[in-house]
Structure formats: structure tokens, C-alpha cells
Design a protein around this ligand. Structure first.
Ligand code: BDR
Ligand code: CA
Length: 317
């Protein structure tokens, strides 16, 4: 039986690859996608998500638009975080007038609440953007919690951040929301930069993805090449010509948890620190006396990740 998932996205090049993996993997049933302010303004994230589903021939997957700003933060970069790595709109054909893809009516948060309450408690949430939608849903209807078997989050960083020295982008953009979600009491797995930076996709891998001859392989190659340019120029990794595809690793970790090495530890989110706001504080030595609440991934299997991407993105709808 495929695992039912909802992806909460701020699409984004790596979100786009994650969406394609979730939509095409036979091990997952993608119930829908919800969009949130993040890599770009929420309406762009929505348009990008619809473009991705059109492109791979899955326009029937429902998309709902969600929160347009963080719970409490209002820095210009958090409200309109145009990204050098992603750009605002993906390089895919716009949603056409004749497309069957239509933005579903209703707010993402309400749809999340209704869908979870009506479920058998078998839908895994996979937020790969700021956690504003998920935190808002929990605040609005706490009864959803008992319906959530697991939340697999792309976010966080122990060793080093990417938005600041301390913080990873998804958590930094809405730390108050992240704090609510990691402390919600349900099973949480975090796929932070410590793991995603260990599973890079290279220019050679992009050639192999393009050679698959599928829409998903072509789009993934295009997006990852763009990412590699951006990373080489502004955030070089331990080897040139390769980049992380963070959000896709989180989806692959739902399909195969052994793709990452995780530790079950107490994790909280800093919301007050002048220099450390948005930091995921990882209590590896249990100094806080708090119980473990998060499976926090510190490593990933790069060959396995690339092999999974290549196998899944070689599929067509
Ligand atoms: C995260 O930030 C976004 O730019 C990416 O889509 C990913 O979800 C990585 O820090
Ligand atoms: Ca993202």
C-alpha cells in the first residue's frame, strides 16, 4: 500500500523536484499540495506547483494556496524573499487556459484540517517550506494532531545555517511556526542541512536525468543545473559542480527512511536570540532534561538518493 502524503511547499526548484518524486513514486499517494510563503510570494509558489503538475501530466492533483506571511515576523526578506537560487517563477510553461489544472477553492489551512479530520489517521505531512500552514492548522484545530501519524520536515541545521550562521531558511523564515510544530507531540522527523548537504546531485547526474527522456527527468535536470550554478557562485559545497536538492531528500526519506541517519533527540527552535533566531537547538547530550521529540538526520546516502531520483523521475504519469 502506498503511503498517503500531503506536501506543503514553497515551490522553488527543489520543491519542484520533491513534488515530481511524490507524484510519480509508486510508493506514495500524493493527496494534494498546499502552498506557503517562502522561496517566493505564495501566489508564485502556487503557480509553480500547478506548472509542475501540468508538466508531468498530473494536473488533477489538488493544490490549495495557504499563508502569505509568517505568523509573527515581518522583515522584508521574510515577506518577499526573492531567491537567487530559485527565481520567482519556474522555467516551465505557464498554466494554460486549456489546462485541467485549477487552483482548488478554499484556504490551504482549512483544507488541511478537513482532510486530516476526515482521514483514517494515515496521511503523513511533508512540509518542505516554512511551517506557517501546519502551525496555523494545529492552532486552529488541535484535534488534527491525533490524525497525523508523522510529520517529515525539510528544515533545520545543527552544524551551520544557510539564511544566517545559525539558521536554516525554512525555520528562520517562520521560527514561531516551527516551534509550534516541533513541539506538537506527534512523531517528527527533520531532514536538515546536515543531511541534505551530504547528498549532492552533480552535473553528471543531471545529464543522466535528462537522458531518461521523461518530462520529470528533463525538468529535474534543468532545475538542478540552475541550483548548481547558484550554489557554486554563492554557497559552494564540499565539491564544485554539485548541489543539494533538499526537499526531494525529505520525500525520499518518507519512501525509504534508511536514506538518512537520524538521532532521536530533544530539539527546540530559538525564537528569541539576537544572533540565533531560527536555530534548531539539538540536545544531543540530553542536557535539557527534556524528552526526545525529533528524529534529526545528520547524514544521508548520496548514491542511494541519486539512484532513487533517477528511477522515480524516469517514470511518466
Ligand atoms: C530550504 O529552503 C528553501 O530555499 C528550499 O526550498 C528548502 O526547502 C533549504 O534551506
Ligand atoms: Ca522548499
Amino acid at each position: 500500500m502506498p503511503t498517503k502524503v500531503i506536501l506543503d511547499v514553497d515551490t522553488g526548484t527543489d520543491d519542484a523536484v520533491a513534488l515530481m518524486v511524490a507524484a510519480l513514486s509508486p510508493d506514495l499517494e500524493l493527496i494534494g499540495a498546499t502552498t506557503v510563503n517562502g522561496n517566493t510570494a505564495v501566489h508564485n509558489c502556487t503557480e509553480n506547483t500547478l506548472r509542475v503538475f501540468d508538466w508531468i501530466g498530473r494536473p488533477e492533483i489538488p493544490v490549495r494556496q495557504g499563508m502569505s506571511r509568517p505568523l509573527a515576523r515581518s522583515q522584508a526578506t521574510q515577506l518577499n524573499p526573492a531567491s537567487r537560487i530559485h527565481g520567482d517563477l519556474l522555467d516551465l510553461p505557464p498554466r494554460g487556459a486549456d489546462s485541467r489544472a485549477r487552483l482548488q477553492p478554499g484556504h490551504a489551512v482549512d483544507w488541511l484540517i478537513d482532510t486530516l479530520l476526515a482521514s483514517d489517521g494515515d496521511i503523513t505531512l511533508v512540509p518542505v517550506g516554512p511551517l506557517t500552514n501546519i502551525a496555523t492548522a494545529i492552532q486552529k484545530e488541535p484535534a488534527i494532531l491525533e490524525k497525523i501519524p508523522e510529520i517529515v520536515i525539510m528544515g533545520g541545521a545543527h552544524d551551520h545555517g544557510n539564511s544566517t550562521a545559525s539558521a536554516e531558511f525554512n525555520i528562520w523564515l517562520d521560527p514561531e511556526a516551527a516551534r509550534i510544530v516541533v513541539n506538537c507531540g506527534r512523531q517528527i522527523r527533520m531532514i536538515p542541512l546536515d543531511a541534505t548537504h551530504r547528498a549532492l546531485v552533480s552535473l553528471d547526474d543531471c545529464r543522466a536525468l535528462r537522458a531518461l527522456g521523461t518530462p520529470a527527468g528533463e525538468a529535474a535536470a534543468r532545475f538542478v543545473e540552475k541550483r548548481i550554478d547558484g550554489y557554486d557562485a554563492t554557497q559552494p559545497m564540499h565539491r564544485a559542480g554539485a548541489a543539494p536538492v533538499h526537499d526531494a531528500l525529505a520525500v525520499c526519506a518518507v519512501i525509504d527512511p534508511t536514506i538518512v541517519t537520524a538521532y532521536f533527540i530533544p530539539v527546540d527552535v530559538e525564537t528569541g536570540g539576537e544572533l540565533s533566531v531560527g536555530r534548531t537547538v539539538c540536545d544531543f547530550r540530553f542536557r535539557s532534561g527534556r524528552p526526545a521529540n525529533v528524529q534529526f538526520a545528520m547524514d544521508a546516502d548520496e548514491p542511494k538518493f541519486v539512484a532513487m531520483l533517477t528511477e522515480i523521475l524516469g517514470r511518466t504519469a
